[in-house]
Design a protein around this ligand. Structure first.
Ligand SMILES: Cc1cc2nc3c(=O)[nH]c(=O)nc-3n(C[C@H](O)[C@H](O)[C@H](O)COP(=O)(O)O)c2cc1C
Length: 320
């Protein structure tokens, strides 16, 4: 029986983990490996105190990294189990992925491995193609398998009004703009969102977040976006650290399934970053569950660049 992960296995697991999405590509994680367990820790220095004051977004990013580890473990033949905040003495250990002894590639999850590097956030216009109900059902099941739910909006009218107000408020908020500017635009190789990944500048109204709104991004073209995209809200029953990590696991599960159908997604996190708009989104999806992500999803009409990642070695410690 194996009691240690090999160096090659650690490399495959962590190279997969760092492909996870994170708000502004901050990559707020560190990793430790001990025996057959991989710990994902929150990197406090990579938090965004103004746009993510509660820590919801960083925990979602950790959850997404956890799911990538589970998928990579599946292809290596390990079943996995996840514990959130497993160590009361070290609360910074946000999640622990336990790997069972190696057998054979785990069906289901291992089929998503190829999508880990293919999935990218897409901020350009979408084609006018509907998502087939059977594909939507698969996305629903992916989120539900991880304890979250997807609410597909039947009308985007109320969301559009709210988005207009939130975007206006954001433009006037110099502190939030300054926080964003540290991560967005220009040339960036290993973290943040470079200009060539921002997509075209949307002609408002548009159901896409222009991450560089309020500061110069001189090389971008303008585009009119689709008036009625598919918008889905990912919710959890609870609202705490565990729920946020579970939301991240569910997000990444549904995004990898979406990528397998050539669907692309982007996020409207500005709607959830302040309590007022967030409670309105909560009402929009029935008033009971907690909205954790607002996702625009569909078939991309063009391509955009890809964000970089820090080498996983820079955020890794092996304990034994
Ligand atoms: C919790 C969370 C919130 C995000 N919010 C936004 C957003 O509001 N707008 C946006 O364009 N991208 C958003 N993103 C996507 C990140 O910018 C993206 O994941 C990151 O730049 C890495 O790029 P990739 O997803 O293409 O790998 C969000 C991601 C996460 C995990």
């Amino acid at each position: 029986m194996n009691t240690q992960l090999t160096d090659d296995e650690v490399g495959i697991l962590l190279a997969a983990a760092v492909h996870a999405p994170s708000l502004h590509n901050t990559q707020p994680w560190r990793f430790e490996v001990q025996g057959l367990a991989v710990d994902v820790l929150l990197d406090e220095e990579r938090k965004l105190p103004l746009e993510d004051p509660s820590g919801r977004a960083v925990h979602i990013a950790v959850g997404a990294a956890v799911f990538n580890i589970q998928v990579a473990a599946a292809i290596l033949g390990h079943e996995t189990q996840v514990a959130v905040q497993p160590d009361p003495v070290r609360p910074e250990v946000t999640a622990r992925v336990f790997l069972a002894d190696r057998k054979a590639p785990v069906p289901g999850l291992s089929g998503l491995y190829g999508e880990i590097a293919e999935r990218h956030t897409y901020r350009g216009p979408l084609l006018d193609h509907k998502i087939h109900p059977s594909v939507r059902r698969e996305l629903d099941e992916a989120a539900r398998a991880e304890g979250a739910d997807l609410h597909w909006l039947t009308s985007t009218a109320r969301l559009g009004v709210l988005l207009g107000r939130t975007d206006d408020a954001d433009l006037l908020d110099e502190d939030r703009r300054a926080e964003r500017k540290a991560w967005i635009g220009g040339d960036r190789a290993s973290d943040g969102v470079p200009e060539n990944v921002l997509g075209p500048q949307p002609v408002r109204p548009a159901f896409v977040r222009d991450l560089s709104a309020g500061f110069d991004s001189p090389h971008r073209s303008q585009a009119v976006f689709e008036p009625e995209p598919s918008i889905v809200v990912l919710t959890t029953h609870d609202e705490d650290t565990t729920a946020w990590v579970r939301a991240g696991i569910a997000l990444q599960h549904m995004l990898l399934v979406a990528a397998s159908y050539d669907l692309a997604a982007s996020f409207l996190d500005q709607l959830l970053e302040r309590p007022g708009p967030r409670s309105q989104i909560r009402d929009l999806v029935g008033g009971r569950a907690w909205p954790q992500l607002v996702i625009r999803i569909g078939y991309p009409a063009q391509s955009n660049g890809h964000t970089g990642r820090r080498d996983w070695h820079t955020s890794f410690d092996r304990w034994f």
